[in-house]
Design a protein around this ligand. Sequence first.
Ligand code: ZN
Length: 720
Amino acid sequence: MNHEKIPYRCCYQKSNKKEYRMQFLQPSTIALLSGLFFLTCIPSNRAQPYQLEWFPNSMDKLEKELSIRYNSDQLVKLKKGMHQAATFWHEADGNAEVFESFVRDHFAGDQVSLDALFNRFESNLEQLDGHMNEIAVSLRRQVDLDVGAICSFDELFSGYDPSAHIQDDFFNNKLAFAVLLNFPQTTLEQRLIEGETWSRRQWAETRLAQRFSKRIPSEVNLAIAEATAIADQYISEYNIWMHHLLNDRGERFFSAGMKLLTHWNLRDEIKAQYSNKAAGLIRQQMIQKVMERIIFQTIPETVINNPHVDWNPFTNEFKLATVQDAGIPLPADLDITGKREPDSRYATWFSTFLAARKMDPYSPSAPTLIARRFDENREIPEIRVKAMFEQVLTSPLLPKVAELIKTRLGRPLQPFDIWYNGFRSRGTYTEIQLDSIVSKKYPTAQAFEKDIPTILIKLGFPKEHAEAIAVSIVVEPARGSGHAAGASMRSAKCRLRTRVGKNGMDYKGYNIAIHELGHNVEQVLSLQTVDHTLLSGVPNTAFTEALAYVFQTRDLELLGLSQMNPESKTLNILNEFWATSEISSVALVDMAAWHWMYDHPNATPADLKMAVLQIAKDIWNRYYAPAFKQKDVVLFAIYSHLVDGFLYLPDYAIGHLISHQIEGQMNKTGHIGMEFERMVKAGSIAPDLWMKNATGFPVGAEALLSAAERAYSEIRASRK
Ligand SMILES: [Zn+2]
């Protein structure tokens, strides 16, 4: 058995399909901002052109009038608040008279009024988010749980988002303006530098202000949603029918009916073939060739998602299939002319850029998607993220580990070895043995639920805390692989969903259940024990994933079985290092491509293709070519999230680094329960501050690199 970490599978329950794109938002924020992609902020010191000409007069008038009531400090706040409100005020919100009377009524000029306003928003937003979340979870119940057939209307219910219009409502009824008038917007720089000394209340006020820092016209949201849907569909239907791949001798290497989605399934098949010593290599080479054809767009259009055509990816020849393996009748209008895919991949990607760019004018503090991603979603400056990735990729470990892989494979490295996953050794138990142990222990979802306090005590949570946490978690049988549905108000429960078969839970279901339990415990503690519900949660999903893995990697221990042997652990760290290097390279391609698009807004899909090919080659040549002894490889450009992810890929690489920092701290102290509680109490403050509180250091690559350095030395020593 191997216990390799599953890469950052998003298993948070979200009420819409854009979940992976919204990972870095808190669930509560998602409830409120659904339809928007990004948390935003507008710096108060930036001069904004107001939409209506009467604002300067009105504000001067109000300042003079209210100077009788308020001292100079309060007047500074008033000016800032009026400026913030005016930035978002449209003609339809009212004339000068309406604005002025709104300011008179809603400016909380003294601490008592401000406290009342803050407290009411905090408790009401908790109720609003909490109930919206409960509605969404209820409406999705039939689709999410293993409770019988899904009817057509169940799909409609599950797609309905009851919170979709809250943001608009809050501007229309002026609650958003009450926040803008009284709580300052902040820049990332302020949050990172001044945030170190802010009180918890200041952080909570900051998060409150951020919720109302953009007012996006519905047509912009619609354009983004449409581009997203088109890109999602393009990717989700991009299958390769593997049995129809032929070599020069017309031989087939993949089983009948095998359909692999680009790029995830193709990549995973390359990984799976490492254990096929006899015939893995030709399959891996064949898949690499398919990937290259996709990247270069020389793939014949007719072979995409088509089981009726046989194709030799090396020569690019294709013909009507001589075998049928899909059970799909031959379409009468099947076109097997020789047209290549007409750069649709790049056209689709560029459309996401054009849509995202529509939001720029409404986002003055982060006027590009790149800025919104880094400054607002991730809250780590792009320059630092890039430096972290480069730190991994320029580490002397990269060529050393490459050499080690070459030795283990017994052949020169090939480009697809960026996905090498052979740093693993067999575990002590077979999957069948583990299935049998688990199914006896957990015959039903209820049996697992009942055992949660014991599991938590084994992980080092104090007994009374373990019992209190368990009360807030309900275990239910999942229809899919499993997920953790958090609560957004303190009175609601979290749901742990996992697969429970007729014969009880199997090992895979158990492993996922333990992972999801990690999420649930984080969800419970970061909502119930945090001092402000406006700060509930963690800085972003990479943090909750890292915390979930802390649980997941201890799954065998929790069954009373011995964990991995030390060598497996060491090899796993090298595996992590190799995977982080690969995904960091892909992230750099994503980042460079978005910069290129912003620099070339009138480009054609063919221009984008040429640019991406060059970017991918440059990154390969800089970091990998010396170790692989091969230049100009383009494989980093195969990721599907490049096309549909809106600059999402850096999150994966950052996630790997964060995971190592948290795991390192857990290993150092050895007190998982207590450390877990201490860490998550910080809530959703800036990632660096959270990490400093948790580990003493900001988010960075050092923890992974030093662990990998140690692992490499140990492996070298054991080989001598
Ligand atoms: Zn997860």
